[in-house]
Write a protein that binds this ligand. Structure first.
Ligand code: SF4
Length: 388
């Protein structure tokens, strides 16, 4: 049995807020997103979020919150007034750090004229724009509601709202996409002047429309070349790949995502939101999820029953989750984080770490355990060495 040491400490805390509706469901999407009804119950949903937050407050009394992330779904379907209403309720109930990062996910085609200015006035200081591709044909094939024109309009609106801290989400290896189109997407994304680019390969997830009717995708070798070309282009303009799929200009990493990857804590509210909270007084780390379907979630305003599941992580699960997350980071695993975040002594993992070092997959460098060049190609294999 693992020995528990009195080392579990509160890590940095973030707040995730899930907004579960989209104009329509994309065929590749396995997120908790639902086609929006004609009349979005926005006011009811904001009231539910505040009630949900209130119920979670005892989990985090007095702890400063370093980031808030409105994810979805398409949060930009909610007006700036609704976002402002939620943020002012959050300010009244939580200790928000003065330099807090507050991100809103937005999709081109859902941004009303001047919304970004109003979102910025509400407190949003970072936007993540779901561009996916700049090519109209490719966008049509993946069922997006927007085209190049809406992307350009959104980028223009971001600029005029003075939001320079924005991310562009791009995918590659899309149906019918050529290497030249993928390359062009990266070039156009860089020239749009974002602070951050997330560059993901499309994967076909179970229970999606694409899983039922798979499109023809570029073969593995072509997808690999697209990835390498994207990485080379980004490195050539001095962008740092700080995580498997995330690239940032110097000092512009996503603070919110970094907290996930460094195994920080997350208060999670909204339909289907998943949270993780450390409770040192009880020597536990808890995971929990809220009811997934928006209708069921909204009913909880009456019943007060928000939780769909809750579990206390075993020592082995804490070890696995710690490495699963931190190994995604190019800078590697902070050895000093291990005991305060898992409550376990480093000796618990020393032999497995040594095995990975002996295989040339990990190396120790400046208090960090980081994947070698070889290890970076086999991150999944290293993560599996820490499976419970
Ligand atoms: S816009 Fe995003 S969250 Fe919504 S359905 Fe498409 S991929 Fe899913």
């Amino acid at each position: 049995m693992n020995r528990i040491v009195e080392l579990l400490k509160n890590p940095p805390l973030s707040l995730y807020v899930h907004m579960p509706w989209c104009v329509r469901k994309c065929p590749y999407c396995d997120f908790n997103s639902h086609a929006a009804p004609e009349n979005l119950p926005a006011a009811d949903y904001i009231r539910a979020l505040v009630a949900d937050l209130e119920q979670d407050l005892p989990l985090v009394w007095g702890r400063p919150v370093q980031s808030i992330y409105f994810g979805g779904g398409t949060p930009s379907l909610f007006s700036a007034d609704h976002i402002a209403e939620f943020l002012s309720a959050a300010r009244a109930r939580l200790d928000l750090r003065p330099d807090i990062e507050i991100t809103l996910e937005a999709n081109p085609g859902t941004i009303e004229h001047d919304s970004f200015t109003a979102y910025a006035q509400a407190g949003i200081n970072r936007v993540s724009l779901g561009v996916q591709s700049f090519d109209d044909d490719v966008l049509r094939r993946i069922g997006r509601i927007h085209g190049r024109q809406e992307i350009d309009q959104s980028l223009q609106l971001l600029k005029s709202a003075g939001i320079s801290n924005f991310n562009i989400d791009l995918m590659y290896a899309l149906p019918g996409q050529s290497p030249a189109q993928s390359r062009r997407d990266i070039e156009l994304a860089i020239s749009a002047g974002p602070a951050h680019i997330s560059f993901y390969q499309l994967t076909i997830e179970p229970n999606t429309a694409f899983a039922a009717q798979p499109p023809t995708l570029p073969v593995d070798d072509v997808a690999w070349d697209m990835q390498q070309t994207g990485m080379d282009l980004l490195e050539a303009v001095a962008w740092e790949q700080y995580e498997i799929s995330a690239f940032a200009q110097a000092g512009r990493q996503s603070r919110h995502n970094m907290n996930y990857w460094r195994y920080g804590d997350f208060l999670a509210i909204g339909a289907g939101a998943h949270g993780k909270i450390t409770l040192p007084a009880q020597n536990t780390v808890q995971r929990y999820a809220k009811h997934r379907h928006p209708k069921r979630y909204l009913q909880a305003v009456e019943s007060g029953d928000w939780l769909a599941q809750k579990s206390v992580l075993s020592n082995r699960e804490r070890v696995f989750e710690f490495f699963l997350n931190q190994l995604r980071l190019k800078q590697g695993v902070y050895i000093d984080d291990f005991s305060p975040r898992t409550g376990l002594p480093w000796q618990q993992v020393e032999s497995r770490v040594q095995q990975a070092i002996d295989k040339g997959l990990l190396e120790i460098c400046q208090e960090r355990l980081r994947p070698t060049g070889l290890g970076w190609k086999f991150v999944n294999d290293i993560q599996q060495m820490f499976l419970p």
